[in-house]
Design a protein around this ligand. Structure first.
Ligand SMILES: [Zn+2]
Length: 126
């Protein structure tokens, strides 16, 4: 079977790549077992993504704790990023007056264009 003929046959199973029978436009898998495998892996990817985000938040928290332990309450963003901080992974964000307030669990800070500042522990609330 040439490559061109493959194309003409149309859609393939998303899991194993088997050519799907004609006439079933909604069909995406050659068999229920391929369908299950594909959905399982997809779920696994979301789980992996969740674990990476949780890991990044944990690392952020650890960095913030170590800054506070060293008596540091403000730091330039490039320095923070250099330490492995991921600015996109926080537990909450509020606009407070004209400041952007971020929280990572029970630690909050404000962020300007170049620095984060007023890093401090706060009451935990959702
Ligand atoms: Zn298949």
């Amino acid at each position: 079977m040439s490559y061109k003929e493959d194309d003409k046959e149309g859609k393939r199973c998303l899991e194993c790549g088997e050519v799907l029978p004609y006439g079933r436009k909604d069909m995406r898998f050659c068999s229920p077992s391929c369908k299950n495998k594909w959905h399982y892996q997809k779920g696994g990817n979301v789980k992996g993504l969740k674990m990476r985000i949780i890991g990044a938040i944990d690392r952020n928290y650890y960095i913030l704790v170590s800054l506070l332990d060293s008596g540091i309450t403000s730091i330039d963003i490039p320095d923070l990023v250099q330490m492995g901080y991921n600015l996109g992974c926080v537990t909450s964000y509020h606009k407070v007056r004209n400041h952007d307030e971020y929280r990572c669990y029970d630690i909050k800070y404000y962020m300007s264009e170049s620095r984060i500042f007023r890093i401090e522990r706060c009451q935990w609330r959702l």
